[in-house]
Design a protein around this ligand. Structure first.
Ligand SMILES: *[C@@H]1O[C@H](CO)[C@@H](O)[C@H](O)[C@H]1NC(C)=O
Length: 276
């Protein structure tokens, strides 16, 4: 009987071992290598990369050689979320002071100690409310720091807050756990001024479905990155959740992505224009 349980345990050992390999240190080193690669414009600095890597820019297949990573960018701000449960990372990158401004969001997914899937959203001049100086200004004032262990929300609570926010675009009966204060950084525009009276419940468009959601969650900082289709437009919504409530919302919306069609971009711009 004992030997049987040992055998059973043995069968699970490889699974346990690979989960244990996905440490915060491993994820941070890998996510840092993304920043180094982007700074140098040298994709080879990003590691470790699995054979057969799936690489997407603005939700379309792309290559390192012809992609954003081959362009050196002066990185003014970067922040990672590290998800040891899924073995994934999300990185927000702001380049405001270089020759061409960019705000990038990247999700990376790892298996067997190497990244096998990368999704990057690239926003620049012409995208919705794009203003990298504004993004940098507000993002660098916010506190996305580590939350004390006893005060952390569970993954489920963090994801539920994000889902509620995303759901209210198509269903106004959804109860969103608004925090007070709370601020939304959308493109380079901010719904608050960094003060105690900042609010996030200040106007959300209707009739838009936010679907195909892919989450990267880091409970240590209460953060969840959601990559999604915003009525067909490649989009990132990222949330900081504190005590189960929304504290910050960051969005990247790629209006200029290939395949969106200019008509759709213009329609969405008009819809957004009604926001405060
Ligand atoms: C961009 O943001 C900066 C900082 O918030 C602001 O000073 C500037 O006026 C903004 N530019 C535009 C075109 O809105």
């Amino acid at each position: 009987m004992y030997s049987l349980s040992l055998l059973t345990l043995g069968a699970f050992a490889p699974l346990l071992a690979s989960a244990a390999d996905c440490t915060r240190e491993f994820l941070k080193t890998s996510a840092d290598s993304l920043v180094a690669a982007q700074t140098a414009g040298n994709p080879a600095l990003l590691k470790p990369v699995a054979e057969g890597l799936v690489y997407h820019e603005n939700f379309a297949a792309a290559t390192f050689k012809s992609g954003i990573l081959a362009t050196p960018l002066k990185i003014d701000h970067s922040r990672h979320s590290l998800d040891t449960t899924q073995c994934a990372t999300y990185t927000e990158l702001i380049s405001a002071k270089g020759s061409k401004p960019y705000v990038l969001g990247t999700q990376m997914y790892f298996k067997d100690g190497a990244v096998f899937k990368i999704d990057t959203l690239i926003s620049t001049t012409g995208d919705w409310l794009f203003n990298a100086t504004g993004t940098l200004n507000w993002a660098s004032k916010e506190d996305w720091g580590t939350i004390a262990e006893g005060k952390r929300d569970s993954r489920a609570v963090i994801q539920a807050a994000a889902d509620a926010y995303c759901d209210i675009f198509s269903d106004k009966t959804v109860k969103v756990p608004w925090g007070y204060p709370c601020a939304r950084l959308e493109g380079g525009s901010y719904t608050g001024n960094g003060g105690a009276n900042d609010k996030c419940d200040v106007g959300i468009p209707s009739g838009v479905s936010l679907v195909d959601r892919r989450y990267v969650i880091d409970e240590t900082v209460g953060a969840v990155s959601v990559f999604l289709s915003f009525s067909g437009i490649p989009d990132s919504h990222e949330f900081r959740v504190e005590n189960g409530k929304l504290r910050f919302v960051h969005t990247i919306t790629v209006m200029s992505a290939r395949g969106n069609g200019k008509g759709k971009g213009r329609r969405m711009t008009r819809r957004f224009a009604r926001l405060p």
